[in-house]
Design a protein around this ligand. Structure first.
Ligand SMILES: Cc1ncc(COP(=O)(O)O)c(C=O)c1O
Length: 439
């Protein structure tokens, strides 16, 4: 063994002990002091080992760990192409912008075209549509926060080009109906799968039904690498566009650190460039640099191994809360699993029924005062936020029908965690604290 290997072995051999001393959670729950977060990273020495390995290798940008992660996630999802990016928001941006590529001919989304979406969700599902100059058309959601397929027809216009919606809190939206609608009207479907990794619909993973799916690997999500995200597709043309736009808009597809993969680096003819202009610097799109680093991917590889267990635990925790709070149905609207699906729950949403003698914020404050972290369903109704003040309804965006349930969720819903870091003692404490409040 040479000196370098010896040193590396010595460093790696100490990681497990470091993890045990510095990070391992003893799992003890003290009802008078412990805080119950809605989510958090779950990891062991394997994430630290991979991260250290990648750090010592010092490739830094996308490299072998990125490739390993992309193919691992593709295998998990049963999809052909996965691209790692630096966040779920970047994944949404890239997924949407790919559909504006001229390579898509008549189906290219142009400025002024419409995209059907919802306002009860995370802002970066909608932001790329507005930033580009397309027009989001908001339809109402059901009381699980998912897009209502029965409202799609009324939202359709000659300008509609796509549907872009999230599987809210890990519960799939009605994919069959939405997909049938898209197929019938020749529309793109983007699934924001950021909160639903591992959810299944008719025995296939969400994110693989539409033309493009997206994931987030921010710490509260189903798996993490700190910051990170992914876009996935089965469509080879979209893959080519996604790759180009992720990597500066270039035409070249060399991996980082490699040259002349195409074999004709100095012999192509592009646009009105001179013959043989270096393919490495030929741009077929106005792109970004949304790549993640190999350090992130290395953590992701270890997390991917744990993903099936994370999903199982989230389902188990959800089931515990659902059955323990069953007798509160006269006070709360409880989450309902979408037909033909097996959700991969991100959280447990409680929506107070009209005329209950407390407000959502009073409940939230009670839970927070008892060290139980709560979250609203993100923006609630995005169209009511300050970022919409400079936009003109009917011009910059449309609302198809009313957003009655969206407003109900904005006013009356909150959610609590089901992440794998929950123990039965924590779940039980949450149930008791909620019940004590509503008594
Ligand atoms: C539905 C949804 N889409 C997109 C995102 C953005 O992901 P990121 O925080 O990784 O940018 C989030 C974030 O939580 C989300 O909940």
């Amino acid at each position: 063994m040479n000196k370098i290997d010896e040193l590396k072995n010595s460093i790696m051999s100490q990681i497990a002990e470091y993890y045990r001393l510095a990070h391992r959670d003893d799992g003890v729950f003290d009802a008078t002091h412990s805080r119950i977060n809605y989510a958090g990273r779950i990891f062991d020495e394997n994430e630290l080992l991979n991260l250290t390995d990648a750090a010592l290798e010092f490739w830094l940008t996308a490299g072998k760990w990125t490739k390993q992660f992309e193919s691992g996630l593709a295998d998990f999802l049963g999809i052909k192409h996965v691209l790692l990016v630096n966040s779920g928001s970047s994944a949404n941006l890239l997924a949407f912008m790919a559909l504006t590529s001229p390579l898509l001919g008549e189906r290219t989304i142009k400025r002024g075209d419409e995209v059907i979406t919802v306002a009860a969700g995370f802002p970066t599902t909608v932001a790329p549509i507005i930033q580009y100059g397309a027009v989001p058309v908001f339809v109402d959601v059901d009381l699980n926060g998912n897009i209502r397929p029965d409202l799609l027809n009324a939202a359709l216009s000659v300008k509609t080009k796509a549907v872009f919606a999230a599987h809210t809190l890990g519960n799939p939206f009605a994919l069959k109906e939405v997909k049938d609608f898209c197929r019938h009207h020749n529309l793109w479907l983007i699934e924001d799968n950021c909160d639903a990794l591992g959810a299944q619909y008719q025995n296939c993973y969400t994110g693989t039904f539409g033309d493009v799916g997206t994931s987030s690997f921010y710490p509260p999500h189903h798996m993490t690498m700190g910051e990170g995200g992914a876009v996935y597709t089965d469509n080879p043309t979209l893959k080519k566009i996604l790759l180009s736009m992720r990597d500066w808009g270039r035409d070249c597809w060399c991996e980082t650190g490699f040259d002349n993969t195409c074999g004709c680096r100095f012999s192509g003819k592009f646009g009105t460039l001179p013959e043989g202009y270096d393919h490495k610097y030929v741009y077929s799109h106005f792109g970004y640099n949304l790549k993640a680093t190999d350090l992130q991917a290395a953590i992701g590889c270890a997390q991917l191994e744990k993903l099936p267990e994370f999903i199982r635990k989230r389902r188990e925790n959800f089931a515990f809360l659902r059955s323990s709070l069953r007798d509160c149905r006269d006070i709360f609207i409880l989450p309902e699993t979408t037909e033909n699906s097996e959700p991969s729950w991100f959280g447990f949403m409680l929506t107070r029924r009209d005329n209950t003698p407390f407000s959502r914020n009073e409940l939230a404050q009670h839970l927070e005062a008892n060290r139980i972290q709560t979250r609203n369903l993100f923006a609630g109704n995005l169209t009511r936020h300050p970022c919409f003040e400079s936009l003109v309804e009917g011009c910059d965006y449309r609302i198809a029908g009313t957003l009655t349930n969206t407003d109900k969720i904005m006013n009356d819903s909150l959610w609590i965690g089901v992440y794998p870091g929950m123990s039965e003692a924590k779940l039980d404490y949450m149930v008791k604290t909620i019940k004590k409040f509503i008594k």
